[in-house]
Design a protein around this ligand. Structure first.
Ligand SMILES: Nc1ncnc2c1ncn2[C@@H]1O[C@H](COP(=O)(O)OP(=O)(O)OP(=O)(O)O)[C@@H](O)[C@H]1O
Ligand SMILES: [Mg+2]
Length: 223
């Protein structure tokens, strides 16, 4: 489903060039559960942003479901981000003034769903992630783990084919991170493709496949 070939990405800052991704090749099949592990600054988030079409590589090709995405228009990419990919951010990225339910409604309303349709779906998703009874809570009225579960529910709202999670357990205590990983494992068992970034080897080990990024290069576990 994902086929990445020879991707490079550099950043230029104050006349200095930082090579964030160095000739990366990466393939993911439907239904896989992959962890990406690596030290701080190694290029993990840069890679995840490219995987999720939040950023573009300098060179190399990205094929999604057999289609080369290089020539896709902004409009097409926006549609893919909204329908095929669910993003879970490290710091949750929930909207503070919106309730748990409303946060989940946002991507659905972008998709053209009505208020009542999207609300119904948001309630269902909140129940699925164990947050029944917290529908009207604002993010600040929820614990870190509960906020992260709202973020997961939001990522699932548009039934994405792929879930991308950048340090989904980074800000959580170990008990809550086990809960979040159980949630992701459950989803993967039902066929969801999941790619997560983590610093935590115990989190990484929950995935069926581990890849490492070091100095912008990607290695399969065991290489
Ligand atoms: N927008 C940017 N402008 C300039 N340099 C950047 C930018 N984004 C990332 N970098 C640099 O690219 C390298 C890779 O950064 P990236 O955020 O991908 O690392 P990471 O592996 O996600 O690290 P962490 O584990 O700390 O989140 C770093 O050296 C970083 O400073
Ligand atoms: Mg990062």
């Amino acid at each position: 489903m994902i086929e990445i070939t020879n991707i490079n990405k550099s950043f230029y800052l104050g006349g200095e060039r930082i090579k964030a991704l160095d000739n990366i090749n990466f393939k993911v099949k439907k239904g896989e559960f992959v962890s990406i592990i690596g030290p701080s600054g190694s290029g993990k988030s840069t890679f995840m942003n490219i995987l999720g079409f939040l950023d573009v590589p300098d060179s190399g090709t990205y094929k999604l479901d057999g289609v080369n995405m290089e020539k896709a228009s902004d409009k097409e990419l926006a549609k893919i981000r909204n329908t095929k990919i669910g993003f879970i951010f490290q710091n949750f990225n929930l909207l503070n003034k919106l309730t748990a339910t409303e946060n989940i409604q946002v991507p659905l309303i972008y998709q053209g769903k009505t208020n009542s349709e999207s609300k119904k779906k948001a309630y269902k998703l909140l129940e699925k992630v164990g947050l029944k009874g917290r529908e009207e809570h604002l993010p600040m009225q929820l614990s870190g783990g509960q906020q992260q579960r709202v973020a997961i529910a939001r990522a699932l709202a548009c039934d994405p084919e792929i879930i991308l999670a950048d340090e989904p357990t980074g800000a959580l205590d170990s008990k809550t991170s086990v809960e979040i990983m159980n949630e992701l494992e459950e989803l993967n068992k039902k066929g969801q493709t999941i790619i997560i970034i983590t610093h935590d080897i115990n989190v990484a080990k929950r995935a069926k496949r581990i890849v490492k990024i070091a100095d912008g290069k990607l290695y399969e576990e065991g290489e």
